[in-house]
Design a protein around this ligand. Structure first.
Ligand SMILES: Cc1cc2nc3c(=O)[nH]c(=O)nc-3n(C[C@H](O)[C@H](O)[C@H](O)COP(=O)(O)O)c2cc1C
Length: 368
């Protein structure tokens, strides 16, 4: 069982396809930090075949992102075939991945994404149409089924393999679950056991140790990380170390974490010509990089208000110079909240207001 495209390691680590997140700058960063394979966010076959400018822009990638898969979605086999042909001819990624997992209403109502899972004949027709229009390997990403009643990942996966899929990623939740409940790794193990093609496990990997645990528990051929990469692209290097049986490098200290965030911000600024748009889009990443730091509430508040990526360095510098003040402000805000809760309890008896304004003043002071 080998991968149908070159992968750097015996157990490759994947950056998951994620709309609005696994864009070129983040893909490049994750590759630099040890992701072996990256995948674009899902792109509509209709948008590709009509050469919609926004869709085509998202197909751009650099040589340093390879090996890369372009993920497409749609329920019309002819349109999917046409899109695959265009992607192959113009962009030539290492593989084309078909999305059978997206749970979003707008997509599934036209039977796209996980909507296809209601009709396995359609799933197979889509895979065959795509495979017929490209010389590249065609892979699929599935959920465990449409609903709990229709949950049957092994049957779905076998049908995909039978139709010509050359590798398969399983996110073991149903569409009905969206992102709730635990991903059922036992289903990854069952699918990996049943298939001849490589099975990539996905779901609930929050740390490098989780990646190792998934591989050990399921026997999957590769491990795909989605939300666990948010604000910590170094998770790939850590996971690689654990898979190789070498000591895991620690998470970088705060100053280095900020330097990585700035590197990412500069890549995003270079990639996106609209400077303000780039900053607004990047706010979520900034929030993720700041998550968990002492006093991060105030820090994140400031980062979530940036209008230009040029502001970020100054905010980080201020935090590093005054980290204790940020933490103190957070404690003051918490205390004020506690007092506010106490006061509003007392106040509700007295018909009085709360003290939450104090918390705002404290936070604002620290942010200055
Ligand atoms: C913001 C976001 C966007 C996503 N977009 C896509 C997508 O475009 N294509 C896809 O196949 N899955 C998409 N997913 C699902 C992830 O690839 C992954 O299957 C899911 O998050 C479970 O993995 P995790 O528990 O490691 O996050 C998305 C998930 C998130 C959180």
């Amino acid at each position: 069982m080998s991968f149908p495209y070159p992968v750097g390691h015996r157990v490759p680590l994947y950056l998951a396809p994620m709309a609005g997140v696994s864009e070129s700058p983040f893909r490049r960063l994750c590759r630099a930090f040890g992701a072996d394979v990256v995948v674009t966010e899902f792109l509509s076959a209709e948008g590709i075949r009509r050469e919609n400018a926004a869709t085509i822009a998202k197909l751009r990638f650099g040589a340093d992102e390879r090996p890369i898969g372009v993920q497409i979605f749609g329920a019309d086999p002819a349109a999917m075939g046409e899109a695959a042909a265009l992607v192959t001819e113009v962009f030539e990624p290492e593989f084309i991945d078909i999305n059978f997992g997206c749970p979003v209403k707008k997509v599934v109502k036209r039977n796209g994404g996980s909507g296809c899972l209601k009709d396995l004949g359609l799933v197979q027709a889509v895979i065959r149409a795509v495979a017929a229009h490209t010389h590249l390997p065609v892979t699929v990403k599935i959920r465990s089924g449409w609903s709990e009643e229709m949950r049957d990942p092994v049957t779905i996966a076998l049908r995909c393999q039978d139709a010509g899929a050359r590798a398969l990623t399983l996110h073991p939740r149903t569409r009905a679950q969206m992102y709730s409940g635990a991903a059922r790794w036992d289903e990854i193990a069952a699918v990996a056991q049943a298939l001849e093609i490589p099975v990539i496990g996905n779901g609930d990997i929050k740390t490098a140790a989780d990646a190792l645990r998934m591989w050990q528990a399921t026997g999957c051929a590769g491990v795909m990380i989605a939300r666990g990469s948010f604000g910590q692209p170094w998770v790939f290097g850590q996971a690689r170390a654990l898979l190789e049986g070498t000591p895991m490098p620690p998470a970088p200290p705060v100053a280095e974490r900020f330097a990585i965030a700035l590197r990412h911000a500069r890549m995003a600024a270079d990639y996106e010509p609209d400077r303000r748009g780039a900053a607004i889009e990047f706010r979520k990443h900034l929030g993720w990089y700041a998550k968990g730091l002492p006093g991060s509430a105030t820090l994140r508040q400031r980062l979530h208000a940036v209008e230009s990526l040029d502001e970020v360095e100054g905010i980080f510098g201020d935090y590093l110079a005054h980290a204790e003040r940020y933490a103190a402000a957070e404690r003051a805000a918490d205390d004020a909240d506690d007092r506010g809760a106490g006061a509003s309890l007392a106040g509700s008896a007295a018909g009085d207001g709360s003290l939450s304004g104090g918390a705002l003043v404290a936070a604002g002071h620290a942010g200055a």
